[in-house]
Design a protein around this ligand. Structure first.
Ligand code: SPV
Ligand code: MG
Length: 536
């Protein structure tokens, strides 16, 4: 790819009339580039005005360098710096050239006046010209210090501006050509192009010529083509446009003490973001930042009394039975909080007054005596949103299982224990849910994706594990669960339906993934279970 300097050099040499647009900061540079300009004029007048100072070298040259860096970073087109007089003598000017290389600036134009300069449209008496030989030495020094030979050094002739005539303009331009300038900028503040016409005729194409028709703006651009001008600089029109827009908008807001009348007149915030390249940052964040924190909810279904515990659950629900000195419910809440889940919902029923806490919110299933965990889940349907972990309230499990679930990408995933020999609902009188899967448990299956085929209340051939009462849905899965629960609730026997009915129903439209574990959990169905759980 051509360097920016080569691009600018190419524009100066092209047989077409080329145009540079004024820019004074990163934003205006970007806007000019988007408008289609192939090059930019970093105007001293505009940059100083934007900084709130005069065009009299009040901004230091390093402050100008900072502005240029923003402009260059924001765009791909070449930038020609209005380098005033070079900010000092030959030595300052050549150091400037080296610094401009470092900022990716394509070229610099220096004018044959004295430092500190004044703007060319100010008083003629304030425009003393530089000594020709001194200025030629500056041009030579700048050319000699270039790293990139394509870097452009333009010599600006201010003879017309200072009130000298054509002869002086020609004498100077010729001296600068001989000193090694790549092009000359011939400036005029007349309202017609007469001075330019005369210069172009006598100059006869010795070097490319650049003009700045700010004052002779009504001259048709084709005239410049006919004259053989190489490049036109529209030198201050972005800053003047923004001044007019800012003045009318701020005045309006001040008078109205309201934004209502300006909102439709100004760029949207979205447009500001677009110009700033926010899209690119968002894409980069996806690539380079760790994934945003997972928002996960948990629902604990803890409404049941647990009648099989006799007097132990006469006055408290079984979720409050203590294992190793802590209630089953509190143990679960701690596990969930331990993996960063803050949004925990507990569905309570029997002795709901005993289930209170800062760590979770509660939902009541007052029909707990005649209903099951599925009914409780339906009560908590609003809490099934985004990634949601759902667990039975009589479950003791090792917390690593939650991490397994969180990292599982499937929409609906249940945990099944592959070590299930011996315990049958018929045999021990407790309720169990057995899973039939598309492949039996194996070490490989425990790493890969196993799909649920059915959930049974009685063990039968093909059962490969026991559903432990812990499942996860992601955002999609939450939608699936909601859809099917809302349909099931309309059925007359919904009150007695179990989780396996919901899972069977989901299988009619979607898949359910099974993650196998081996041990690492207990459901507490009896006093014997409770004793066995001590030391779990
Ligand atoms: C500038 O844009 O700063 C220029 C051109 O130098 S002029 O203001 O016409 O001198
Ligand atoms: Mg200037």
């Amino acid at each position: 790819m051509l360097s920016k300097a080569s691009l600018l050099r190419g524009m100066l040499r092209s047989s077409e009339l080329e145009f540079l647009m004024e820019a004074h900061d990163g934003l205006s540079a970007k806007i000019a580039e988007e408008a289609g300009f192939r090059g930019l004029w970093a105007s001293g007048l505009a940059m100083s005005a934007a900084l709130g100072v005069r065009d009299s070298n009040e901004a230091s040259w390093t402050q100008i360098l900072e502005v240029l860096e923003f402009m260059s970073d924001a765009t791909r087109v070449p930038i020609l710096l209005d380098g005033d007089t070079g900010y000092g003598n030959f030595n300052n000017a050549r150091r400037l050239v080296r610094k401009l290389h470092q900022r990716g600036i394509a070229g610099v134009c220096i004018e044959d006046k004295l430092f500190p300069k004044s703007n060319s449209f100010l008083d003629e008496a304030k425009q003393p010209l530089a000594d020709i030989d001194e200025f030629c030495g500056k041009i030579k020094a700048m050319q000699d210090s270039k790293h990139d030979t394509a870097f452009v050094v333009l010599a600006r002739v201010e003879a017309f501006i200072a009130g000298w005539g054509l002869a002086e303009a020609l004498r100077r331009a010729e001296a600068y050509r001989v000193a090694g300038a790549d092009a000359v900028l011939i400036h005029s503040k007349k309202s017609t192009s007469l001075e330019i016409d005369a210069f172009m005729q006598e100059w006869a194409g010795r070097l490319p010529v650049v003009i700045v028709p700010t004052k002779y703006y009504s001259t048709p651009t084709d005239k410049f083509r006919d004259l053989g001008v190489s490049m036109v600089i529209w030198a201050n029109h972005a800053i003047r446009a923004s001044i007019a827009a800012m003045q009318s908008t701020t005045r309006r807001i001040f008078l109205d003490q309201s934004l209502a009348n300006v909102e439709s007149q100004i760029a949207t915030i979205a447009e500001v973001f677009r110009l700033q390249g926010d899209d690119e940052l968002q894409a980069a964040e996806k690539r380079y930042l760790p994934a945003a924190e997972l928002r996960v909810n948990a629902i604990i279904l803890a409404a049941a009394q647990g009648v099989r515990f006799g007097e132990l659950t006469e006055a408290q629900p079984k979720a409050l039975l203590k294992v190793n000195g802590k209630s089953i419910l509190q143990t679960q809440v701690d596990h969930f909080r331990g993996i960063g889940v803050k949004d925990i919902t507990v569905v309570r029923g029997f002795r709901k007054d005993l289930i209170e806490g800062d760590a979770f919110t509660t939902i009541d299933n007052d029909a707990f005596a005649e209903t099951t965990e599925l009914y409780s889940l339906h009560r908590a349907l609003d809490a099934v949103r985004g990634t949601t972990l759902i667990s039975y309230g009589d479950l003791v499990f090792k917390p690593y299982i939650l991490n397994e679930l969180l990292h599982d990408p499937n929409s609906v995933t249940i945990i099944a224990d592959a070590d299930f020999a011996g315990a049958d609902s018929a045999a021990d009188g407790a309720y169990h849910e057995w899973v039939v899967t598309d492949q039996p448990y194996s070490r490989r299956a425990s790493y890969g994706f196993v799909q649920l085929r059915a959930v049974e209340e009685r063990i039968r051939e093909g059962c490969s594990g026991e559903f432990i009462g812990l499942l996860k849905v992601n955002e999609v899965g939450a939608g699936i669960v909601k859809q099917h629960l809302e349909a099931l609730v309309l059925e007359p026997d919904f009150a007695t339906m179990r989780m396996r009915h919901l899972l069977a129903r989901i299988l009619t439209t979607d898949t359910v993934a099974v993650k196998f574990i081996r041990g690492s959990w207990m459901d507490i169905n009896s006093i014997v279970d409770l004793q066995r759980a001590e030391g779990f």
